[in-house]
Every structure is written in C-alpha cells, then in structure tokens.
Design a protein. Structure first.
Length: 239
C-alpha cells in the first residue's frame, strides 16, 4: 500500500514537474514577447513624437504662408426693421474671396482672405472653422489675435460672442472650448497653465471688465523688443 502511494506521489510530482517546465517555457516566451512589445512601443512613441513635431512645424509653415495678417469679411442678413422699410441687399459674393457692392456709380469689387455671406458659408460654424486652426497655433506657443471691426449694428458681437440665448455661440466661446479640448488631449504629455483677462478700451482708458469697481489702473506695457503688449495685473488664472 505504501509503495503504491509513493508511486502515485512520484507520478503526481512528475506531472507537476512537466507542468512546471511548460509554465517556465511559457514564462520565457512571455518575457521575450514583452521585451519585443516594449521595443515596439518605444519605437511607436519615438515615431509619434517625431510626427507630432513635424505636424507642428509644417502646420505653422502653412499658417505663415496664408499670411501673418488675414482679413475676413462677413455680411449679416437684413434685420426685420430693415425689411419693413423696404431695404434690400446690395452685395454679391461671386466666390469665397470676393465681395461686389452695387453703388450708384456702378459695381465695386473687394478681395479678402475669406468672405462669409448669408447665402454662402454664413453660419457661425463656417466662420469658426476658418479660424479654428489658429487655436492650435496658440497652444503650440504662437501669439494669436482675433478681433472684429465694423460700424454699430454690423454684427461684431454676434460674430465674436453669439446670441443672447447661447444657442449660436460665436468665435470666443468656441475658441475657449477648443483650447481646453486640445489641452485635455495633451494632458498626459505636457503640463499647461491658462490665464485670462478681459479689458475694454474706453475714452483712451483701459478698463478691467472683471473688476466691477474699475478701481485698478491698467497700463499697456511693451516687452524689450516692443513687439507685444500685456496687462499682467488683470490676469486671472484658470488652470
């Protein structure tokens, strides 16, 4: 009986040893595979970083080729009161870069980097789509400025901010969303700091719109190269 039990134990040990050898072999294979995967992963990371650097370089080269300063033209639709008075539109956009204005002296033509009319690419989405990539340039470290210019009632506030109900956001709120979308996409690779200030130039004075009392005096300062201005005293950190 004892011999039979010993023989059974030896047999079990033999089976266990064989299984141990198989597991050891599998472990070695897994180590080799893991080493290969690590090597491939390192290569992929290196390629990704190289591609990211090239993307940034070529993208900003393309942006520079478009011009340091770009002028867009946006025409708003007629308001209800204008239609009631019998007014009608006197502009025509034969292509996305040209505006023709009908005057008493004939048609005058003007060229821009991009034209947005109610009939052609006139939505808030279309306008932002053409400046969206500038947000990427800002995140990449380039200075970017976007502003609207025009007479009272021409649609500057609607273009930059949007409607009062927030259903048709303009460039500014869309740009904020895009900034934080880009930061979130790169949060594992970089650390970011975001600050904001909002000022108004009124009667040759800078007003801090975040300061309800308007007690703080703001000055426009130039850097040593006199190429940029700042209002550091009005900065509010966001991130």
């Amino acid at each position: 009986k004892e011999i039979a039990e010993l023989q059974s134990s030896v047999k079990n040990l033999s089976v266990a040893a064989e299984e141990g050898e198989k597991l050891a072999q599998q472990c070695d294979e897994m180590k080799t595979e893991l080493k290969s995967l690590r090597s491939e992963n390192a290569e992929l990371v290196e390629n990704y970083n190289s591609e990211r650097i090239l993307r940034k370089k070529y993208y900003n080269i393309i942006e520079d080729m478009k011009g340091k300063i770009r002028v867009y033209c946006r025409a708003r639709p007629l308001s209800g009161s204008e239609k009631e008075r019998g007014n009608h539109s006197v502009i025509l956009s034969p292509d996305e870069y040209t505006v023709q204005v009908q005057t008493k002296r004939g048609v005058k033509e003007f060229a821009y980097d991009q034209v947005f009319t109610p009939d052609t690419r006139g939505s808030q989405e279309h306008v932002f789509e053409d400046v969206k990539m500038l947000i990427q340039s800002a995140v990449d470290g380039y200075n970017v400025c976007i502003f609207a210019y025009g007479q009272t009632g021409s649609g500057k506030t609607f273009t930059m901010i949007g409607d009062s109900k927030g259903q048709l956001p303009g460039i500014a709120p869309r740009a904020y969303d895009e900034i934080f979308t880009l930061l979130q996409a790169n949060e594992k690779k970089f650390s970011f700091a975001v600050s904001v200030y909002m000022v108004e130039l009124y009667n040759d004075q800078l007003l801090d719109l975040f300061d309800k009392s308007h007690s703080a005096k703001l000055d426009i300062k130039k850097d040593k190269k006199e190429k940029s201005t700042d209002c550091d005293s009005a900065l509010i950190p966001l991130l």
